[in-house]
Unconditional design. Sequence first.
Length: 540
Amino acid sequence: MSDVFISYARSTAKGAQRVAEALRALGYGVWLDDELPAHRAYTDVIEERLKAAKAVVVIWSAEAAKSHWVRAEATAAMEARTLVQLRLDGVRPPMPFNQIQCADLNGWSGDLQSPGWRKVAASVGDLMDASAPDAAAATVHNAPPLSLPDRPSIAVLPFGDAEGAKEGDYFADGMVEEITTALARFPSLFVIASGSSLTYRQTARNLKAIAQELGVRYLLEGSVRRSGSRVRIAAQLVDAIEGAQIWAERFDGTLEDVFTLQDTVANAVAGQIEPNIQAAEIRRARARPTQDLGAYELYLRGIQLAQAYDRPSMLEAIGMFERAIERDPNYALALAWAACCHSRISALGWSEDADESSWVGLDLARRALRCNDEDPEVLTTVAEAIADLGGDLADADALIERALSRNPGASSAWLVSGWLKLYAGRPELALQHYDKALRLDPRSPYGPLVLIGKSFSLVALRRFEEAIPLLKEAVQLRPDQNGGAMALTVAYAHLGRLSEARAALDKVLPAAIVGILGVFRDPGLNAVMRSGLALAGADV
């Protein structure tokens, strides 16, 4: 007997044939009434096939809605819990079938990757036994393992409904597609398309086997739990090769605006996954023999050192990036990060020759853009370097806006944008961008920089009392950060707490005062900073 029974009206015969061909391509046995044997009674065969089918696909159309045969077959399938519905001409199913999910295939030409067809294939798969063929698994699951790409690789597996509600698959599948799209905006990641990922809906979760079949190291899996209009989405990232969990988080929202919720969660998930994958890649690079480092491993080690944000680490990071550039002179990210490190040692007073650091940094930034002016991370890193090295602030802001338009889920871009808006005298907008960065990556190693940036913004708005708790936390987390101690000096001084201001000023390098004041281009903020430093006794 056939796995799938197709019910339809004559006006959609061609569409029914396309549906049958698509299901057969997935390995299912399909029965249409054009296969009636001449020697048997019509109704007997229909009833026999209908009862034996594991899935009954009802194709609704204007004619089908009026057909007693189609209605009777749909009723039998609904009672047997084998009903799968789709519509080809936009007509809604008649009562009571309009209360059941119906895939919209209006205008469908047979595209197996269309969202409507994937819903149909997934619903049919749900009704099959675990041993039944699985939508495209016939070609994927029997293929030999694929080699890993030369960059971090990830696939987003189908999200399950924690309550086992199959009617929620449309929302869970939408989350997979949105997260996949958001991750694909990170050029540093190799992301498997959602069409391949969704074929694993009915597959037992042997994560290592799935990763090998797809040729990826990292897998994201999750679940959806709903209560009325509330929804909770849980996600976890695993290194399937090593069998280790990298990250896990949950997100809450409401179903009042499904698409906004999907977009918000997708960007938040992607924004946290990318830095966590980078951290995992850095740990793996550290385990590699020193004498066997390629350009990518050198770049990763440079990133790790730059995140330490102290002078020795920053200088060592520059060395790592220089070695990566020697191996690959067109490595745009290594060029951009080398420029950024030069800008940081210059702005923070750590350079023995600030003029040379500025010249070298700007040259590296220009080389990075010549190699790749489309990568959001390159744009973000170069924007920071240009601003801190005294370049044109409008140029830097244009670069960061391009980065955000290409990847709105990148927390690093929102962080840099916060600083650029602050430099330009827009502290209110800067606060919003800092909060966005923190929401996307709440455990970022750059968290103290967010606190310092928010504090500078509050100082610019003369909200000194609000700034002090944030600055105390930032200075405690990163006592080597001249910027935090400098902002704390200004806040204390403007509040008349001069002894505390002087104590904070003692922790600030004189060269750092010059460098930091140089990046604050807005006259108003610069005046607030200078007057506060002068009150504390600094020579400005």
